[in-house]
Write a protein that binds this ligand. Structure first.
Ligand SMILES: Cc1cc2nc3c(=O)[nH]c(=O)nc-3n(C[C@H](O)[C@H](O)[C@H](O)COP(=O)(O)OP(=O)(O)OC[C@H]3O[C@@H](n4cnc5c(N)ncnc54)[C@H](O)[C@@H]3O)c2cc1C
Length: 416
């Protein structure tokens, strides 16, 4: 039996960042997951740390994109009717929170996270082997039609308000930036202040190694085995060791909502599936930065071992068999603008993005359960926000001044 200052559940980017920040504040920390750190939901993301992203993702309005969604031909959104129907009450709240009327409110709430995310990545990664994965080449949004470009104006509007730089790039300039692109019919927006990484799981692995090297503990365990006895928490890990602590941080990504409900706490959290597949580039073609085909909702990101295609959202039962249609549609569209080569063997993956109904994460102490802390619901930006939200939890636990208004992300906002 061992007593620690904090138990952290979940070793994705959020949990590992939380654990490392806490350890660096001198606390005894034990981190737990069922899988190797970084091999859960964080494993296959697009590796983007975007400086922009002031609008919550939403369903397309009336457009060719919406028709694609309805016909099951969209790379951005796929659904099965049963899951969509079940999601309706949540979706209604989400559409309200992410709609035009509340755009200003959302942008103002997310802007401080966007301003600090990259700095926090660098500061946490400094001196670890994660440093080598960061790339300062920005990211590129591609538009196939003036309509698509116009629908994304709100994002550029907020970028101007918050002083985030972007450049419009026309066909010729686009090929200078990315020589492999078939850019004649595309219009681009380059976000130079963003960065990306060439291996998101590699970043988590490197931060986890730093955590262990600096004295942190990691064990395999099923978080469901956590028990509370008065103000004491107990977790028995797979090998039988028993850990006790007064504080537990829940960083279980898309599984955090179900987990919180075991302790009588309820959060409006929805989990969406997303896929990736990796390709070789055809000989001579390469990418220097992530690119998004905005109207079709997929991305291509250069990774250590090939080009990663990541899809948009799939509304489906988590445990239902993976469907190949979103990847197939995305691949066909991607090949029209970039010369993707063969798929790499064993390189398909299914992961999740989890959203609270107001599209903002939960970072803070439970309103009703003593010693329970939450860090989840980071939506599209979980990889980008992990180091920052880990720091914010660690600052709260160790009573450091935050310099940050956390009321928008407080768990209290869902307390009725
Ligand atoms: C296709 C796709 C592309 C994306 N691209 C980007 C991007 O470019 N930039 C960006 O910022 N974000 C991106 N995201 C989102 C990002 O990947 C996630 O928001 C982020 O990884 C969430 O991290 P996390 O640590 O909260 O969750 P996870 O990485 O899912 O970690 C949670 C951990 O909890 C563990 N766990 C669950 N249940 C239990 C249990 N019972 N016992 C023990 N352990 C348990 C899991 O094994 C997992 O390791 C993308 C997501 C997808 C799907």
């Amino acid at each position: 039996m061992q007593r620690v200052d904090v138990i952290v559940l979940g070793a994705g980017i959020v949990g590992v960042s939380t654990a490392l920040h806490l350890r660096r504040r001198g606390l005894d920390v034990a981190l737990f997951d069922q899988v190797h750190p970084g091999e859960g939901g964080t494993f296959g993301n697009a590796g983007l740390v975007a400086r922009n992203g002031f609008c919550a993702p939403t369903l397309p309005g009336f457009s060719a994109e919406l028709i694609d969604v309805l016909l099951g031909q969209s790379s951005a959104v796929q659904y099965d009717l049963f899951s969509l129907f079940k999601l309706m009450p949540w979706l209604k709240k989400y559409m309200h929170a992410s709609g035009a009327a509340r755009a200003n409110e959302y942008a103002r709430a997310i802007a401080p996270f966007k301003a600090l995310a990259l700095k926090e990545h660098h500061s946490l990664a400094k001196g670890t082997t994660a440093e080598r994965f960061y790339r300062k080449s920005g990211w590129l949004q591609l538009f196939r039609s003036p309509g698509g470009y116009g629908r994304a104006e709100r994002e550029r509007h907020f970028a101007r308000i918050f002083g985030v730089d972007y450049h419009e790039v026309s066909g010729g300039e686009l090929t200078t930036l990315e020589p492999g692109l078939r850019a004649e019919k595309l219009h681009g927006v380059l976000w130079p202040e963003s960065e990306s990484v060439s291996d998101p799981a590699g970043v988590v692995e490197a931060l986890w190694r730093a955590f262990v090297h600096e004295g942190g503990l990691f064990y395999e365990a099923d978080a469901q085995k956590l028990e509370q006895r008065r103000s004491d928490w107990r977790l028995v890990c797979t090998r039988g060791n028993q850990f006790h602590s007064r504080r537990v941080v829940i960083a279980l990504g898309g599984w955090s909502g179900e987990f919180a409900s075991l302790f009588g706490e309820s959060f409006p959290l929805a989990r969406f599936r997303g896929y990736y597949q990796q390709f070789r580039a055809r000989s001579g073609a390469s990418l220097s930065r992530p690119i998004a085909d905005v109207e079709h909702g997929y991305m291509l990101s250069p990774m250590e071992n090939g080009i990663r295609l990541t899809t948009g959202f799939e509304v489906a039962k988590w445990k239902s068999a993976p469907s190949s249609s979103q990847l197939t549609i995305s691949e066909r569209r991607a090949k029209a603008i970039f010369p993707l080569g063969h798929t790499l063997p064993h390189n398909e993956w299914i992961g999740s993005r989890s959203f609270l109904s107001d599209a903002l994460p939960v970072i803070g102490p439970s309103a009703g359960v003593s010693g329970l802390w939450y860090n989840f619901g980071h939506g599209m930006d979980g990889f980008a926000f992990g180091p920052l939200s880990g720091r914010l939890i660690a600052d709260q636990i160790t009573d450091r001044p935050l310099g940050f208004d956390l009321s928008n992300v407080s768990p209290l906002r869902f307390k009725v």
